[in-house]
Write a protein that binds this ligand. Sequence first.
Ligand SMILES: [Zn+2]
Length: 375
Amino acid sequence: MFCPVIELAQNLIRCPSLSPNDAGCQALLMARLEAIGFHIEPMNFGDTQNFWATRGQGKTLAFAGHTDVVPVGDERKWINSPFEPTIRDGLLFGRGAADMKGSLAAMVVAAERFVEQHPHHSGRLAFLITSDEEASGINGTVKVVEQLMARQERVEYCLVGEPSSTERVGDVVKNGRRGSITANLTIHGVQGHVAYPHLADNPVHRALPALQELAATEWDQGNDFFPPTSMQIANVQAGTGSNNVIPGELFVQFNFRFSTELTDQRIRERVAQLLDRHQLRYTLEWNLSGQPFLTEKGELVDAVVDAIQHYNEIKPELLTNGGTSDGRFIARMGTQVVELGPVNATIHKINECVSAADLQTLSRMYQRIMQLLLT
Ligand SMILES: [Zn+2]
């Protein structure tokens, strides 16, 4: 049976849009939105294509998402070519099917149905679409948000279509995300011959007790919305490759996923205090990739919960776990931000897939959220 959501999702999957290449996806979306009366504004920056599309005036409900996908991995391991969408046993296969071309199709078709029913809806319906969420993201949503803020645009509600669900569409929605900050730490020593350790200063030996303490530290206990902050050492490098040389430096990279109980400033201070206590000579560089955000109960959360219960008769869990998303940039505008999308079990994997029925349900949920907030 013909389904406009699946058809559009398939057309999007056929565009090999490896970040930050859009490969024609946005042209498809813009044409569909323009046809139902949206004002379209491309906002391209550097290598990244973005657009902002609006229809109506006033209180704004924006749908946000990305057209880019992650690399396919070993293409021979896919049962079908990753950019040739296929349906088997009710599952739509292809790179981006779940993350997040299926959601984009569900949003656009929801807007088409909503506008047909409510050509004179109240408020403003908007789309914020980028072609770089999966790679650096520096010219994507963050730049569009800066532009919108510079001209004092207000966005009250934003629904991000990232795949939030675990087993059934709508069983989990994300109403916040943890912050993420990375430390690049170099411990300095003095290189020398292993046979003459008194003439050298081994940075690995010096660093081990500090790293042990770093790994054992409880940073916070989380709160009602966030799990406890977690620190993970991701990379460690030292040594010349030779068994008779004491290395001169040790490099350690570690990342924090942090709750709203902490700030990035507090993390920086605590790490510096710890290293100083161990009397290390070090260089420490920080890279903050996202502040935590939280959307507490309010009109948007209520509308999302209502739409999920209406179509799936389940009460969604509101969670803040998982990776960061572009929701963190949009939340800077004072916007209520919620992520609702399909099941994420296969995202970024070989043979990525999504339930075709779930995508159709998701589209109905999006349409109901539009109805609840804009009529
Ligand atoms: Zn995504």
